[in-house]
Design a protein around this ligand. Structure first.
Ligand SMILES: [Zn+2]
Ligand SMILES: [Zn+2]
Length: 89
């Protein structure tokens, strides 16, 4: 189980080539990457670690779904304190 990092109130689901949050009803198309929830879990752990250890930032990193290119949604880790912006998936 991977808890949604955006709302932290639902577990993400992986189906039909999409990773989705049943609570907020967004979905990420991951068919091209062959991406799984396990990959996502590792990417999230990396983002947390990168933020806490490499940046030594005490603020909690936040996640949101953002449009990183026209028509292309991605899960983005961001922090307003240290200006981190990292595309997770
Ligand atoms: Zn969510
Ligand atoms: Zn930070």
């Amino acid at each position: 189980m991977v808890l949604c990092p955006c709302c932290r109130s639902a577990n993400l689901v992986h189906m039909h080539g999409h990773i989705a949050c049943p609570h907020e009803r967004w979905q990420l198309d991951v068919r091209a990457e062959g991406f799984t929830l396990e990959h996502l879990r590792q990417q999230l752990a990396y983002a947390y670690q990168e933020h806490a250890e490499a940046r030594q930032c005490p603020q909690t990193v936040e996640f949101r779904l953002g449009e990183v290119a026209p028509g292309f949604l991605a899960l983005v880790a961001h922090c307003s304190r240290c200006q981190m912006l990292h595309i997770v998936a």
